[in-house]
Design a protein around this ligand. Sequence first.
Ligand SMILES: [Zn+2]
Length: 380
Amino acid sequence: MRNRVSILDAVREGKNSFSKKEIAQATKIPWGTVCKCVDSLLKEEHLFIRRFEPTKRGRPMIPMGIDPDSAFFAGFDVGASSTRLVFCDLLFNVKYRHEIRTPYYKNNSAFFKWVLKMFSDSLKEAGIDKKKLMGIGFSMSGNVDTERGILVSGRNWGVKWGANIPVADILSEHTGIPVFAVPATAAGVLAEYHFGKWKGYSNIVTVGLGAGIGSGIISNGELLITQPHRPIGYIGHMLIPDNNHICSCGFKGCLESYSGGIYLPLIGKEEIPEQPELHSAAALDLAAASGHAKAVAIMKKAASYNAVGIASMIQLYGPDVLIFYGGQCKKDGFLFNQTLKHVREILPQERLNLFEIGLTTLGDYQAAMGAARLAYERFF
Ligand SMILES: [Zn+2]
């Protein structure tokens, strides 16, 4: 991580009152570099000196704080059904949040017109000085080439494979602000690492059970970011031997082509054609909970598929915590609880003893927060 980012992280963690000496101890950055960086952060007015506190012995401690209003970061999260936007200040207080429905993708001009309007309307409403907005993190549901800032595909909202939309370049050209494009799974797990209940855990696996099924990974304190041809955390596309359904990716047998929230209605249609009222993921879940035999069978199968993917992530990454998020993760949901049950059955007890399991505490703005954090890490 860049020194100035690590230094402000340390001050923030130090209850926003930290001396150079405390910064050097916390960051392990050499003393000379700390002094140089702190001086420039003071000059740029991102840091300010709190009142002087004389100590009995040794070097005087001069506590410094971050001026939260000296810089802002935007975090977008374009999901398959909703798009969220947050503006965070330099202390990562959320100053503004907004959510609207994601329109089904038609073409680039309509898409960018819509994004830019949401951005400028929100900026105005939030009353944030654009000059202080230092970066935009742009998280998307789909395949993102973060190295080139390109959205390769977002099938769940209509962007076909190979669309290759240069999102970062176009948005930064129109806003005049640097943009970092990132897949939602990576943004979400980074938000957990910095802002969630299990903040600071070095090894985190998130599993999103929603329209599709995805996973994010923090390993040894590092965010792993998936690339189109180097997929990371793509548990939704693990191939399940006895699944004959065709996935939107083109392969047969992907986990999410049965268990994903947008596929379950199709399974319902296949298995229970006589009850159209059950052709939605939510209705199937409720029917299964009340003992409807066919719904139970569908959801148990979906849960067993989910569990194969999740248990594999645990085997591969040995997390300290497994965090669930997404529309199908309801505390009292049938599919969710069956999934947990299967995961516990598959994994040996000594493995289960090594990690916690929980639900995200960050709500719907998880990925948007992570995107804002990524903008800060890249552009501050
Ligand atoms: Zn697939």
